[in-house]
Design a protein around this ligand. Structure first.
Ligand SMILES: [Zn+2]
Length: 319
């Protein structure tokens, strides 16, 4: 199986495993959509099958289908989020139970960024002095959210994004047409996970749709629709992502002004803004959204932020 953009990390893991140097606790970190889960499965196969994993034995097949009885996805078992009781039940306490076939038992602890310091502390002793049959694979986006004491006990591997060509190739192989594959991988700078999220039409698609509606409202100078679109996002993270997409659409509008062409997801909206405003005004809007977004990650009230954005982007220019 080819692991797009992960070949280098794969080689490092293979080599460590082949020399018997693969740590009992590895941490794979990289941005959202970089393929941490794919790499976590790969590391589990290295531990359960060998280096390189064959990909066809029972262990490999069960791991690929997330159904290996001795490879535990802790977050999933905890119901998708890390609360204290389920975490103890499904991980800390569960770890004393021997593996089913007498071999190894691998715990995959995804999104460690979400683990409170208390829960991170709770697993410290287990990582430090594990029973001989235990292995741990952690994944996270940002190692800064993890305790120093945990980091000092794991081997860190960073996962980088594949090139845009590799990303497009991967999308084509999974049935996407060549043109869309290229446009998506350009738009998301090779982030396969994000491209897939758009193709699959899930949460990411919803955020893009919201940003497109906000952009269309800007093009028509329709304050009400602009505020209404942004108000749809109740969570801080979704709000910030929507603004990020809106920033991109505004940048695209600028590119169109300069004779270029827009990215894949909001061509019509970007063209609408380009037709309605001067370069200077688009530039100012882009700055406004961008600077508000860098602050929205702090603790701004979303309603007030929307009111401010609406005022800054639209009212300033009337009359
Ligand atoms: Zn195998």
């Amino acid at each position: 199986m080819r692991l797009y953009g992960k070949e280098e990390l794969k080689r490092r893991l293979d080599s460590a495993a082949a020399h018997g140097r693969l740590s009992h606790a590895v941490l794979i970190h990289g941005e959202q959509g970089a393929g941490k889960k794919v790499m976590a499965r790969y590391a589990a196969k290295l531990m359960m099958c060998g280096a390189p994993p064959c990909g066809s034995c029972k262990n490999c097949r069960l791991i690929d289908s997330d159904s290996h009885p001795d490879v535990v996805f802790v977050k999933q078992k905890c119901g998708g989020k890390y609360a204290t009781d389920p975490f103890y039940e499904n991980f800390i306490k569960d770890s004393v139970i021997y593996p089913n076939n007498g071999g190894l038992k691998v715990y995959i602890i995804e999104d460690c960024d979400d683990l409170s310091p208390k829960l991170q502390n709770a697993m410290l002793k287990l990582i430090e002095e594990p029973p001989r049959y235990l292995r741990f694979i952690f994944t996270c986006e940002n190692v800064n959210n993890m305790l120093e004491t945990i980091l000092s006990r794991v081997t860190e591997y960073q996962l980088s994004l594949p090139s845009e060509e590799e990303c497009a190739e991967c999308l084509r192989e999974s049935g996407c047409d060549a043109k869309t594959a290229r446009e998506l991988s350009d738009t998301f700078c090779g982030n396969i996970g994000k491209c897939r999220a758009v193709i699959d039409g899930g949460e990411e698609k919803k955020l893009i749709d919201t940003a497109c509606r906000a952009a269309a409202a800007i093009a028509k100078n329709d304050r009400f629709s602009f505020a209404a679109a942004l108000t749809e996002q109740s969570g801080r993270a979704e709000y910030a992502e929507t603004l990020e997409y809106l920033t991109r659409i505004l940048r695209d509008a600028m590119v169109i002004k300069c004779g270029g062409s827009a990215a894949y997801f909001a061509k019509k909206e970007a063209a609408g803004i380009a037709a309605a405003y001067s370069e200077e005004r688009i530039l100012d809007m882009t700055d406004t959204v961008f600077s508000v977004n860098s602050k929205s990650r702090l603790n701004l009230n979303l309603g007030l932020t929307t009111a401010y954005l609406t005022a800054r982007i639209m009212q300033q220019y009337t009359g």
